[in-house]
Design a protein around this ligand. Structure first.
Ligand code: PA5
Length: 449
């Protein structure tokens, strides 16, 4: 379960002001819970922790078993944005840091790799090098079924699977996660007989990690999705209680206060474990797409320490005073490495002998917090006991719920993303997509061709 500590902001804000913002966040909590706010047709994520049916969960587990029986050792997961980041975040957080370099053992879950989140030709081509060495299957995820990047990648992967295994066997090695009724991917799945899972109509992409969009790839990678849903459900019980102590209310209140009254326009999500780097990527999409509209919003950025203390540390300590930090802190490390004594002590590190590496990490975390506060950077802390499926489920639900509360506090609709269409129109015009002839002529004139 997620705990919050906002005391690292105390010296920056007035208590009275914080109380006012807690009241605003509580009013936003009412809006979210009464389902009367903007975008209220996209609130399906609220009940997902208990809303994923037993049929869906067993369906996911059956795919895991069926593909294990075929000896599949590589699953290419095709998707972008909300149809990708949650699964990648969980898989990176839960996997061995060197899973790619360690030798695979009998019974290991397949390696889950990602495609469709880039139009890099090298990435796509090098991915196919890997597919050719492995026993490969594919999960294709697109709610709309029409997003260009995953559609291009899926066409390439599908053709490879059909050429390699035959059309009938390829159909058994492809699972689609898409809309229940609409879209090109739904039509193709029906035609080819792919097993499909549904992205509910009332769940937007960036809120979909606890649907099969996230759960299927996470389960295929060998992780316990039932524990993840349990963590989310327990977090939901806390989020549903209206109180000044509610961690989502506190988070929403403090970030809006720092932004609106103190000009803190950037929030840095900070972690001290490289496994959590993709948690920040998932969080950036969630908050960036939900709040960055109508000329408003806090810019979501991230760093992974201690590495980034040696790159971004200078700016955070002494650069423009535009930011505050939110640390995702993990109470317990899953492993212990004790620093040994060295008789020569040439590196002068014997003062650390007998201490574990995590102790040094925690002191770096505390030292950084104090230094950044001294340097004018307020800091909040979100903490969980350890990195596992249960706590990740809690973190997912916490940040989603807090995002709804925070965006309503800010006064924007958290559940739309009108701005993401602008680049697509230009790209389609430049690619001469049928139906875009007028835009193509206009854009070619604009760029002088
Ligand atoms: O959060 C969102 O809505 C977006 O990031 C989408 O998930 C992303 O654009 C992919 O869309 P789709 O699943 O329709 O391919």
């Amino acid at each position: 379960m997620v705990k919050i500590n906002v005391s690292g902001c105390d010296s920056f804000v007035k208590e009275e002001q914080y109380k006012q913002y807690v009241d605003k966040a509580l009013a936003a909590w009412d809006t979210l819970m009464s389902e009367q706010g903007a975008g209220n047709d996209f609130l399906g994520w609220k009940t997902l922790p208990e809303g994923v049916s037993e049929e869906e969960l067993s369906g996911i587990e059956e795919i895991c078993k069926a593909w294990a029986a075929k000896g599949i050792d590589l699953v290419i997961t095709v998707g972008i944005g909300g149809s990708y980041l949650g699964a990648r975040c969980a898989i990176e957080a839960l996997s061995h840091n060197f899973a790619k370099q360690l030798k695979r053992k009998a019974g290991d879950a397949p390696d889950v790799v990602f495609a469709g989140n880039t139009l890099s030709e090298e990435y796509t081509s090098e991915l196919m090098d890997l597919a050719k060495e492995r026993n490969t299957a594919c999960v294709v995820i697109s709610k709309s079924g029409t997003t260009t990047e995953p559609a291009v990648a899926f066409r390439i992967v599908k053709q490879y699977l059909e050429e390699t295994y035959g059309r009938e066997e390829a159909a058994e090695r492809i699972v689609a996660v898409t809309d229940a009724k609409r879209g090109a991917l739904k039509t193709l799945s029906t035609q080819e007989g792919y097993k499909t899972f549904i992205v509910p109509d009332n769940v937007g992409g960036r809120f979909s990690v606890l649907t099969p969009v996230g759960l299927l790839p996470i389960a295929l990678a060998g992780f316990d999705i039932r524990a993840m849903l349990k963590g989310a459900a327990d977090q939901k019980s806390e989020m549903y209680s209206k109180s000044e102590a509610n961690s989502a209310v506190q988070y929403a209140a403090m970030r809006n206060l720092l932004h609106s009254e103190y000009g803190k326009s950037t929030e840095i999500l900070l972690c001290y474990n490289p496994k959590l780097t993709y948690l920040a990527e998932w969080w950036k999409q969630l908050y960036g797409e939900s709040e960055g509209k109508d000329g408003k919003g806090i810019f979501p950025a991230s760093v992974t320490n201690t590495a980034d203390l040696h790159s971004m540390g200078q700016f955070i300590q002494e650069g423009s005073r535009i930011m505050f930090e939110t640390v995702v802190s993990i109470d317990k490390s899953a492993r212990e490495v004790i620093i040994g004594e060295d008789p020569q002590n040439l590196d002068q590190l014997n003062f650390l002998a007998g201490k574990n590496v995590e102790h040094c990490n925690k002191m770096a975390q505390l030292g950084t917090k104090l230094a950044h506060i001294d340097g004018g950077v307020p800091q909040m802390e979100i903490s969980v006991e350890k990195i596992d499926e249960y706590n990740l489920g809690s973190i997912f639900y916490f940040f989603e719920f807090a995002c709804g509360v925070s965006a309503y506090t800010l006064g924007v609709n958290p559940f739309n993303q009108p701005g993401v269409e602008a680049y697509k129109k230009n790209m389609f015009a430049l690619l001469h997509k049928p139906g875009y002839e007028e835009q193509t002529a206009a854009i070619l004139k604009r760029i002088g061709e």
